[in-house]
Ligand binder design. Structure first.
Ligand code: MGD
Ligand code: MGD
Ligand code: MO
Length: 817
């Protein structure tokens, strides 16, 4: 195999339709394998079926094991998603499972220190605190659960039922709030419910691809390989990229609009303006299948391309060219991701992409599709099962019938299920913890001390007196250092479960090896908590009636019955023999649905839909009566919204616009990829991307240390002079403290992008604005001799800004009784 650090995408296998519009293109197989040095395929003792959990593509693979250890991976040629291919993180990342610093025993805080203990002691500490909270009036309001986009369906569903039907708290959310809350919000707003209209096979058939704030080349490498293979084959699709940076995807594109971050809505309005003005929409489709065209038309009429050119900072001619590309395509595939979701006017701008497809009738047929992408591998499941606070089965919290269905399914009083207000979003849960009303914050499979915005504030919250923090993770993360109880979890390869990728494909991940030490699967931890809490249903029986992954899956399937994400036709046995299956799938003998909305009927019926809608400007919730009055009758909604400036504007003090994101080599806060030698060496430290013009003005050259400061905090990193647009700088958000294991919590140089980001979120999806903040950059000068990174960071700017951890934590350090 070629060096997949040097070439993340591997060799091309070109393909395409035999003639424009033909549906005969099939993506060739290419099997990628990586085994530990010295291990040959013949040495592998067992191959276990799995799929990647280091992005949302759902690449199917087999895990190789030998002597009870994982020794490598191999892509599955027969799977619809990747046809054998794997990306760099898939190929190398499994090594993190074997890291010597995995947590192997529970920890509790004693005398300010985290010390090893046994499961009984750790769980009883959580249970005692929980019971005490519940014994007080409104005790349910004292609980906050902050989970992930990286667990399995079975685990989320169990957590969701514990929270909603057991404790009855609305304060539950996933880090999916930071990730794909806007995907869900735009899908609900436009089509009635969550659920991806498109399919990856749309890549095979499209004649144009538009990437809206999505650096797919680095973040879904296998999907990108599919796109590249089309681009090198017969009848290739044209490509449009909208991104302030000259990413690998932007370099490949026919047209790159390097918009100023935070201006997506202005661009989208101008594009829709031109498409409508040029009559390039499908009048019949608009009439029969949509609502809201007149309002859309009048709103975008105020957004001519010359206005967008000024706001976005791109030539008007390019905007016209983009409208031409979009308006003349017969089969357009759009993908949308964080450049939209985490930016200004996220839901509004995401909805404009849906609008573009709706008014051109380009939805639900081969090649014509929208992928409101997911990012995390199992984010879709957090949303489906309700572990993000939404109701499971894509039900509507405002619809009393939906509440009744759940109450019957779980055999509980409907009033137990929180539905009197919108579920509490992650940023609000942290706010309640800050204010002191949430007194137990249970964090599973996420690392908010690196990934939430405005880290100085997040550290203060996690360290707050009177807040019990429980962290369930694989390692002693930046967040775990604040915990009162740390629970060691088993992970991918060490436990069994299912999850759904970004095109609705379910995969099963089987257990290949035993977890280290006393680590337990997240499912077992949640089940244990439910048992110890003695959570009961209305008849006095146990609330949770399942006991292992398969029985949990069967329970979850019942909950999905009759809903858009119906999985009742899927079984573990099918997933084991057939590989990936798309939902909805109701018939055990049929494949799942390739695309949604092929008949032009959307999930907007008032009895069926997942939301009655929001005001896109304020986020105010519409009432059921308002919604019914629109008489949707299965039509989709076209939403309109003028451009408004972002949450933070530049000025003389902070003249540059910061945006943040990813590199191909790392996953999030690097807990796994930072423990993978090849990936770690490929991108060992954080950096700041800056344009040549801005660098010159600041007297900075490639590699210079620079301070980047915002109103919240500051970081010290090296400059990379890149093709980013002038006035905009970029930082990867992967890097927390200096290094895993090598520096204590107060020994790290500040280098996390989120030291700088702003506490602000989209009014509808509540997704934080990670992609717009005002900063200033100054060249760092040496004051103490030696390497500035070693010597100066603590003193240069008012002491160590990352001071945190055990000394600062230890908030519920009650002695054992
Ligand atoms: N290698 C790698 N792959 C991953 C992940 C990872 O951590 N590493 N994480 C996974 C997850 S959870 C997610 S959510 C996805 C994210 O996948 P992406 O969304 O592709 O990744 P990002 O780098 O966050 O953002 C994409 C692009 O948005 C651009 N951008 C910034 N601001 C704006 C703006 O205002 N407008 C526009 N149009 N563009 C803007 C950035 O320059 C960036 O190139 O990746 C998944 N895959
Ligand atoms: N500035 C900025 N900030 C961002 C973003 C950005 O683009 N810019 N992107 C946002 C996005 S899209 C995302 S998704 C978030 C990601 O942010 P986080 O969710 O904080 O990132 P991870 O590092 O993936 O954290 C997952 C944690 O779960 C642990 N873990 C992994 N597998 C398991 C398991 O099976 N069980 C348990 N119990 N633990 C497990 C890992 O060790 C790790 O500590 O960051 C967000 N923050
Ligand atoms: Mo994400």
């Amino acid at each position: 195999m070629n060096d997949r650090i040097a070439d993340p995408w591997g060799p091309r296998t070109p393909y395409g339709p035999s003639a424009p519009g033909a549906d005969d293109a099939v993506w060739p197989e290419r099997v990628d394998t990586l085994l530990e040095e010295g291990v040959a395929e013949d040495d592998v003792e067992a191959w276990t079926r799995a799929a990647s959990i280091l992005h949302s593509n759902g690449d199917a693979m087999d895990i190789a094991a030998r002597g009870g250890r994982i020794v490598g991976v191999r892509g599955r040629a027969d799977d619809r998603v990747n046809r054998g291919r794997l990306g760099p993180k898939d190929l190398y990342g499994w090594q993190a499972n074997r890291s010597a610093d995995r947590l192997t025993a529970p920890l509790i805080r004693k005398g300010g220190e985290l010390v090893e203990t046994d499961w009984d002691t750790a769980m009883e500490r959580i249970v005692a605190h929980s019971k005490e909270l519940l014994s007080q009036p409104g005790g349910w309001g004292r609980f906050g659960f902050y989970t992930s986009g990286q667990l399995f369906s079975e685990e989320y569903y169990t957590l969701g039922v514990i929270g909603k039907a057991g404790i009855g708290t609305p304060h539950m959310d996933g880090n999916t709030r930071l990730c794909t809350a806007t995907a869900a919000a735009t899908l609900k707003a436009s089509f009635g419910t969550d659920g991806q209209p498109g399919s990856y096979t749309d890549v095979d058939h499209c004649d144009a691809i538009a990437l809206w704030g999505h650096n797919v080349a680095e973040t879904q490498t296998v999907l990108w390989a599919r796109m590249l293979d089309r681009r090198r084959g017969p009848n290739p699709p044209r490509m449009l990229v909208v991104d302030p940076r000259r990413t690998p995807a932007a370099k490949e594109a026919d047209l790159h609009l390097a918009v100023r971050n935070g201006t997506n809505q202005a661009l989208m309005n101008a594009l829709l303006h031109l498409v409508i003005a040029d009559g390039r929409y499908d009048e019949r489709y608009v009439r029969e299948h949509t609502i809201g065209f007149e309002r859309l038309r009048t709103t975008v009429a105020d957004h001519p391309p010359e206005r967008a050119a000024e706001i976005c900072g791109v030539p008007e001619s390019q905007i016209r060219e983009a409208a031409e590309l979009l308006g003349t395509s017969r089969r357009l595939l759009s993908t949308v991701l964080q450049g939209f979701y985490q930016s200004n006017q996220a839901t509004a701008a995401g909805c404009q992409v849906n609008n573009l497809h709706l008014i051109r009738g380009m939805i639900g047929r081969p090649g014509a599709g929208v992928l409101q992408m997911n990012g995390q591998p199992t984010a879709q499941n957090t949303r489906e099962t309700g572990a993000d606070g939404d109701l499971p089965g894509l039900r509507n919290w405002e619809n009393p019938d939906h509440i009744r269905e759940l109450a019957e399914l779980w055999n509980v009083d409907p009033m137990t299920i929180p539905h009197w207000a919108a579920p509490t979003h992650a940023m609000q849960i942290f706010r309640y913890a800050e204010q002191g009303s949430v007194k137990l914050l249970w964090i599973s499979a996420t690392n908010p001390a690196v990934s939430l915005p405005d880290l100085p504030r997040i550290r203060r919250i996690l360290a707050k007196a009177g807040l019990m923090v429980v962290v369930q993770d694989l390692y002693l993360t930046e967040t775990a250092r604040f915990a009162d109880v740390v629970l060691p979890a088993a992970t991918w390869g060490e436990k069994l479960g299912t999850f759904t990728n970004a095109d609705r494909t379910l995969h099963l991940c089987d257990k290949a090896v035993e977890p280290p030490g006393q680590a337990r699967s997240d499912l077992d931890i949640f089940l244990d908590y439910a048992r110890r809490m003695d959570l009961r249903n209305a008849s006095g029986g146990p609330l949770i009636t399942w006991h292992d992954p398969e029985s949990a899956f069967e329970a979850w399937k019942e909950c999905s019955r009759g809903r858009p994400c119906d999985q009742t036709g899927i079984t573990y046995a099918r997933l084991r023999s057939e590989g990936g299956i798309q939902w909805p799938c109701t018939d055990p003998s049929e494949p799942g649905a390739e695309r949604l909305y092929s008949d032009g009927r959307f999930n907007t019926d008032p009895e069926y839909c997942e939301t009655y809608g929001h005001d896109l400007t304020t986020g105010a919730v519409d009432s059921a009566e308002d919604y019914r009055a629109k008489e949707p009758h299965g039509r989709a909604f076209l939403h309109a919204e003028p451009y408004r400036p972002g949450p933070e504007l530049t000025g003389p003090q902070y003249p540059l616009l910061l945006t943040t994101g990813r590199t191909v080599y790392h996953f999030h806060t690097r807990t796994k990829t930072g423990r993978t030698p090849q990936l770690r060496e490929a991108a060992p430290d954080a950096w700041l991307e800056i344009s040549a013009e801005d660098a010159e003005e600041l007297g900075v050259i490639e590699g210079d240390p620079v301070w980047v400061e915002s109103e919240r905090g500051s970081v010290l990193v090296r400059a990379r002079v890149s093709g980013i647009r002038k006035g905009v700088v970029f930082m990867p958000f992967h890097y927390g403290y200096w290094d895993h294991g090598t520096a204590g919590p107060d020994g790290g140089r500040p280098r996390a992008a989120n030291e700088l980001t702003v506490t602000s979120w989209d009014p509808v999806s509540k997704q934080p604005h990670f992609k717009v903040a005002a900063v200033r950059v100054t060249k760092a000068t040496q004051t103490h001799g030696g390497d500035i990174f070693e010597s100066d960071f603590g003193t240069a700017r008012g002491g160590s800004p990352v001071l945190a951890g055990p000394a600062a934590g230890g908030t519920t350090d009650v002695e054992e009784d």
